[in-house]
Design a binder for this molecule. Structure first.
Ligand SMILES: [Zn+2]
Length: 482
């Protein structure tokens, strides 16, 4: 424990000053400015590195105090006020808060503290470096702004329902690019009275963290199960299936034909829609019946092949490319198609909906396959929730790596908010891309199952109630996200 004194007479303009001593007795002054924190080392030891002089516990104590003060001057989001403080690789410190949906004409929009902080850091870094550049007499044309990378992030916020917050899906997707895998994320309790901060590193999911505890995770832990390793036999299967796909496309281009949708979504549908409410006990025990793994495998494969043929035909048509050899087609795919993914979601009543995502040089915009499927199920999502998701992806990069990717965390979060009304979770299943020669047993064995919290360990399921936001109640205190 260290003492932190607020220095009312601190004469550094508008900054708020904190005076404290590191455990070995070195006096430091720490200033909170508009969007950054400056640490001023002792005058008799100007080269001291605060990151070495303060223990992890002392840093936590100081940053908690700064986050509390900072929060009191931020806008927040309908009573849900979150502040994020980031420490860069160079030891610079930036801070920012969230801003509410009231700033946007769309009720779906969100301005998170973490993303705001990363933007602030990039702006300030560019400002400082450009001034330095100018002072050194270097040509300004050479100056390039850059993203700033962080080694630690401290997050504070919440409300009565959420005693602390973790980065949302979008922010997890962003932070994994801005931090090393071992980058630390400290999620501090929302309250402001606490004297002692207990750090919980054991909890795997946010729901296991007790009120008042600090949850410490690496960004890699929060981005859990982003890519699933395949067993060697399936790695070979995926590579062979790539060749089979090229041969299939070559044949259709040669003959100018299309792949007709032979397997239809209806094939997956159960014969009876389940009555929600009347069979709750049965549903809770067994869930809606899974369609035959073979039918799912056929349908997902077919939709990927149809989409791949369409994209290759368009790409080659643009270049007036008439080389229809499988080897050439493979090269075209590797150069110009990032991924094609097909997902099917099954609701509590048993019904399936499907969605496709494609990332290629001719796709200028796309949503994730899982979100596409969710949107196609929208009309039933008041009474039903998403019980299951099954996805398959064709991606040259993932095939080369021998992995299967799960959806980005932003999609997982949006699905989780529409999770089964019965189980409050979703069973995700990922099927490797294959050549269609697998047995029912093979498909079952190759499907990797993950539940929502295994894909998004940092998220509560109940947050983000849109009905409480400004669309219906301009002064409400609805929950938001970090
Ligand atoms: Zn966020």
């Amino acid at each position: 424990m260290i003492e932190i004194y607020q220095d009312a007479n601190h004469d550094r303009g508008k900054a708020m000053g904190y005076v404290t001593e590191a455990s070995q007795g070195k006096p430091y002054v720490i200033e909170l400015h508009s969007n950054h924190v400056q640490v001023i080392p002792p005058s008799d030891a100007p080269d001291s590195d605060w990151r070495k002089d303060f223990t992890e516990e002392e840093k936590l104590q100081i940053f908690d105090r700064i986050l509390i003060d900072y929060r009191h001057r931020t806008i927040g989001d309908n009573g849900f006020v979150i502040a994020a403080l980031g420490v860069t690789k160079e030891g610079d410190i930036y801070i920012s808060g969230n801003a509410g949906e009231e700033h946007s004409s769309s009720p779906f929009h969100r301005h998170c503290a973490e993303r705001s902080m990363v933007k602030v850091a990039a702006d300030r870094d560019a400002y400082n470096r450009k001034s330095e550049h100018r002072r050194s007499g270097l040509p300004l044309d050479d100056f390039k702004p850059r993203f700033v990378d962080f080694e630690a992030l401290y997050l504070k916020g919440g409300n009565a329902k959420n005693p602390m917050v973790a980065p949302c899906g979008d922010c997890t997707d962003m932070l994994i690019k801005r931090m090393p895998p071992e980058g630390k994320i400290y999620m501090l309790p929302n309250d402001e009275e606490r004297q002692e901060l207990r750090v919980n590193t054991k909890a795997r999911y946010i729901t296991e963290v007790k009120p008042g505890e600090v949850w410490l995770q690496t960004i890699e832990q929060l981005n859990a199960n982003h890519a699933l390793a395949l067993p060697p036999a399936m790695m070979v299967e995926q590579r062979q299936a790539f060749d089979v796909l090229c041969e299939t496309i070559a044949r259709h281009l040669e003959h100018g034909t299309t792949i007709d949708p032979h397997y239809k979504l209806e094939e997956l549908q159960p014969t009876h829609r389940l009555a929600i409410g009347t069979k709750t006990a049965d549903l809770l025990r067994d869930g809606p019946k899974i369609s035959s793994p073979m039918a799912l495998n056929r349908f997902l494969r077919q939709e990927i092949q149809r989409t791949a043929l369409d994209r290759v035909r368009t790409i080659m048509g643009k270049d007036s490319d008439r080389d229809y050899s499988p080897a050439h087609i493979k090269q075209v795919i590797m150069d110009k198609i990032g991924l094609i993914r097909c997902s099917a979601v099954q609701l509590d009543d048993g019904q399936w909906s499907a969605g496709i995502a494609s990332v290629s040089t001719v796709d200028k915009a796309s949503t994730s396959a899982e979100l596409g499927a969710l949107n196609n199920a929208m009309s039933a999502l008041g009474t039903s929730g998403v019980y299951r998701v099954r996805s398959m992806e064709f991606s040259p990069a993932a095939i080369a790596e021998g992995v299967m990717r799960t959806p980005d965390k932003s999609s997982v979060e949006r699905l989780l908010k529409r999770a089964s009304k019965l189980t409050k979770t979703i069973e995700f299943g990922f099927i490797p891309y294959n050549a269609g020669q697998l047995s029912t047993r093979d498909v079952q064995d190759a499907t990797q199952i993950r539940m929502t919290r295994e894909l998004l360990p940092g998220l509560f399921s109940g947050t983000g109630d849109l009905a409480k936001l400004h669309v219906f109640n301009g002064t409400g205190t609805g929950a938001g996200r970090a």
